[in-house]
Design a protein around this ligand. Sequence first.
Ligand SMILES: C[S@@+](CC[C@H](N)C(=O)[O-])C[C@H]1O[C@@H](n2cnc3c(N)ncnc32)[C@H](O)[C@@H]1O
Length: 255
Amino acid sequence: LASRSARRPASRRRTMRELTSTKPRAERASSFGAVAKDYDAGRPTYPAELVAWALGARPLQVLDVGAGTGKLTQVLADAGHTVTAAEPLPDMIVVLSRRLRDVRTVTARAEALPLDSSVYQAIVVGQAFHWFDQTRALSEMARVAKPKAVLALFWNTYAGPETWLPYPRGVPKQSLQALYDHPLWAEPDHRTYAWNHRITPRSLLAFVRSHSSVACLPAAERDAYTRDVEPLASEVAREKTLPMVTHVWRSRLAA
Ligand SMILES: C[S@@+](CC[C@H](N)C(=O)[O-])C[C@H]1O[C@@H](n2cnc3c(N)ncnc32)[C@H](O)[C@@H]1O
């Protein structure tokens, strides 16, 4: 670790917090479209075991909200669920639809879903709930959910030692308060799952470029940042995997 830090380019020793703090939240929330391909190439999937714990073994009608390029959608479809993917950014939907041709997509935010009421047996969110207006989104997701439907909120976190990697080590727990406070959703339970995300030097750079703090930089700055961290990424990629811990909070529609 010490040797990696020593070789970190002096000109750009910007931490994730420094990169992030200069941009308004709404701008970061919509930054992913510009890096949709990097997102798909670099970001981790979700462990099928944890998805099975949250949703059970029976095939369900599932709504994936903030579906992005379909990382979680793919795991749901592979498990036999019928999935509708809701995502506000058209660039992300293009990538999702290319991969998952049978999945119905809707261009929509969580707070205003253009979907019928009382349809879905499960609603899932991967790495996106913290971007929502949580209370409004929870009400809207309750509207489209069938009675006793499951709500599962997933987050991947990085569990390794690389402090330069712009990826969360913890869950944005303040966003969860809205779930505990919401009258329509039961108190959630929580589970974690440790696993390894397979990487190559190229996919790790894509992973770095897809983080909102980097994605919302002007393209030239994003390229410069990528060049700066390339030696670090090559070294980390020799391990071939990144240790991850995935969290899920699972609730049910009350009544
Ligand atoms: C970090 S990505 C996660 C994508 C995908 N669920 C995954 O696990 O890879 C966050 C996604 O949330 C979407 N998003 C941001 N604000 C949203 C909102 N208010 N409603 C629905 N989706 C939103 C973004 O467009 C982006 O695709």
